[in-house]
Design a binder for this molecule. Structure first.
Ligand SMILES: Cc1cc2nc3c(=O)[nH]c(=O)nc-3n(C[C@H](O)[C@H](O)[C@H](O)COP(=O)(O)OP(=O)(O)OC[C@H]3O[C@@H](n4cnc5c(N)ncnc54)[C@H](O)[C@@H]3O)c2cc1C
Length: 467
């Protein structure tokens, strides 16, 4: 179906990006064969990795790939959790690591323009120096601008501000034939034709290669407070969330996490979680004007105590808040060595408690550890399917059991009016459930869009659906 790279094509790639920016050695290609998804069986080496510095270079590379019908996979920080940047059909990996310039921070229009390979870490720190703020915060700061747009990443702060898509104003994209277009711009409103901007967000590198983006940014909030609210039961903890959301001020984040998982993360990072009571915690982050948020915290505390909270711990100093956030952020790393997969189903928030009860029953009946936590304010839950207990079985048996468990969890979320992915994307590993989630007719529209924009199916083939 696809051509292999020959010496002549490799020479042409070297002429575009320079010999030093082409990787061909087998041992170095291995580094580009996977992302953060744990199972090696999805790993696949590219035939070459190229590291361009501009949209023009990428356009030249894509023109060659299109002429020869060679697959192209664009790779950012490779922090994805579903095999999105794995080059399953070989071909060329375009690494955006040299597209790492912050092009402009426009304080008049409150917009930032960045190349696609800029990491979130560099973006946040450039903004912090100017007392500016970019609310979306997907948990891993080595993720890149192209990657977070490619997956329409979310994170904890989506409750108040939404996902990456809500802040995206403009992009520069190289299409499958090498042409460059610039949907959107440094504008807030746009009713000028179909929104290709929002089509590319969440397209996982299957429709075009994003080379730069413009985002809205905000002034840094004057103040921030984090509340830790322990509960004895999941139902009580999640039951209070609608009452918090009905208040006139919306929290930045409402996270839901179990004591079991927090203890593991505490041990892993050697830090201390300040609240010792209860089995479940709500972690509520509030930003805004100092006086307003203090009043608002009192209101939330009283609502929570009325609805079964055991206590309310207020973290108002930056240090305390950073410590709590650090323990919460390290949960993934703390569980990682035993995690087979971390799911990210999303559902109407009112369905979360019963879905968690369903997962708990599954865990008991199959004797498999399925720690579950997530973004309580927006219905997005993370269940880790853990190797513990499964590992004791024969390899073929645990693979079977793992598949069965993920299927049951995913289907339960779909039956509750939910979707397979709230923020990580479909990539390689979730596409088998796409039809159950979206239905045939919806998928056929998606496939028509794909074949219009990428008729030879050279852009990240095998992701979202089969080529
Ligand atoms: C510890 C940890 C915590 C995480 N927490 C969160 C979280 O809270 N919320 C969340 O949403 N995600 C989270 N993630 C997942 C991950 O960080 C996001 O999916 C992130 O958006 C991926 O960015 P990346 O640069 O690493 O992309 P990659 O993994 O390199 O690629 C992801 C996808 O985007 C495509 N892509 C990359 N660059 C471009 C480009 N320039 N143009 C077009 N497509 C492109 C790729 O082809 C691929 O399909 C977490 C991951 C880890 C490891």
């Amino acid at each position: 179906m696809y051509s292999k790279l020959d010496e002549y094509t490799v020479r042409k790639l070297s002429n575009i990006v320079g010999e030093n920016n082409v990787i061909l050695e087998e041992n170095r290609l291995i580094d580009y064969s996977h992302d953060e998804f744990s199972l090696d069986d999805i790993a696949h080496k590219p035939e070459a990795v190229v590291k361009p510095v501009s949209a023009d270079e990428i356009s030249e590379i894509v023109k060659i790939a299109s002429k020869e019908r060679i697959p192209i996979v664009v790779r950012g920080g490779a922090t994805g959790l579903c095999g999105g940047c794995v080059p399953s059909y070989g071909g060329i990996v375009i690494s955006t690591e040299r597209l790492n310039k912050i092009l402009e921070i426009d304080e008049t229009n409150l917009m930032a323009t960045l190349q696609a390979g800029v990491t979130l870490k560099d973006f946040y720190s450039a903004l912090r120096m100017r007392k500016l703020f970019f609310p979306p915060h997907p948990g891993e700061e080595s993720a890149t601008i192209g990657g977070v747009i490619g997956t329409n990443a979310g994170g904890a702060r989506a409750v108040k501000y939404g996902t990456i898509r809500n802040f995206l104003r403009g992009i520069e994209v190289v299409l499958a034939d090498g042409k460059i277009i610039r949907p959107g711009g440094k504008i807030i409103k746009d009713s000028t034709g179909y929104s290709l901007l929002h089509l590319f967000a969440g397209s996982e590198g299957t429709l075009g290669i994003i080379t730069a983006a413009t985002f809205s940014i905000m002034p840094e909030p004057e103040s921030m407070i984090t509340l830790l609210i322990p509960y004895q039961s999941t139902e009580d903890a999640l039951g209070v969330v609608p009452f918090i959301l009905k208040q006139p001020t919306r929290p930045l984040a409402i996270e839901f996490i179990t004591r079991e998982v927090i203890s593991i993360s505490e041990n892993y990072c050697g830090k201390h979680w300040p609240s010792m009571s209860g089995e479940i915690f709500l972690m509520v982050m509030i930003d805004g004007n100092k006086d307003d948020i203090e009043k608002y915290c009192e209101k939330i505390a009283s609502i929570c105590l009325d609805y079964g909270a055991l206590d309310v711990f207020v973290a108002d100093s930056t240090q305390k808040q950073e410590e709590i956030l650090h323990i919460r952020s390290m949960v993934y790393e703390a569980l990682k060595t035993s995690t087979i997969e971390i799911l990210d189903v999303v559902m109407p928030p009112s369905q979360m408690a019963s879905h968690i009860t369903f997962v708990k029953k599954l865990s008991l009946s199959h004797n498999v550890w399925l720690p579950t936590y997530g973004h309580a304010g927006d219905g997005n839950l993370h269940t880790h399917i853990m190797k513990v207990n499964l590992e004791r079985k024969e390899i073929s048996q645990w693979r079977e059991k793992y598949k069965q468990l993920r299927e049951e969890i995913i289907l339960d979320a779909i039956h509750r009016g939910g979707k397979i992915s709230g923020e990580h994307g479909i990539g390689l590993v979730k596409k088998e459930y796409l039809e159950k989630c979206l239905g045939n007719e919806y998928i056929s529209v998606l496939k028509k869009i794909k074949s219009t924009l990428d008729p030879l199916s050279i852009l990240n083939p095998g992701k979202i659906f089969d080529p």
